[in-house]
Design a protein around this ligand. Structure first.
Ligand SMILES: [Zn+2]
Length: 114
């Protein structure tokens, strides 16, 4: 508690869902959601791609076909986090779905007391 050391990252999120742990090109770990999106439905600076060696590569800026697939950080759709921006309806839909699945949200509202 309270230290800033680097810890091995658990795939289990506090919300109860599992994340995919991928090493990034600069040696960190990123917790990506297992769900695959098409790039047109995700903000460009939130797009992640999995390289052939399994490492996570942050996208954005490339000319990709609109139907190319990408991943996002689990934090972005975690029901413990903020509701995603309404513009990104697929992110909001998954956040809602996860919220129901985990029992943390009901119709987009927190179910926990207090
Ligand atoms: Zn979560």
């Amino acid at each position: 508690m309270g230290d800033n050391g680097w810890h091995p990252t658990s795939p289990d999120c506090e919300c109860g869902l599992r994340r995919d742990v991928h090493e990034t090109l600069d040696g960190y770990e990123e917790l990506l959601d297992p769900y695959t999106f098409t790039v047109a439905t995700v903000p460009p600076d939130e797009q992640w791609f999995i390289a052939p060696d399994g490492r996570a590569v942050k996208g954005g800026g490339e000319d990709l076909p609109a139907d190319a697939s990408c991943r996002v950080r689990h934090d972005l759709v975690c029901p413990l986090g903020e509701r995603p921006d309404e513009r990104w309806t697929c992110l909001v839909a998954l956040w809602d779905h996860y919220g129901r699945r985990t029992g943390l949200l009901w119709h987009g509202h927190r179910t926990e007391a207090g």
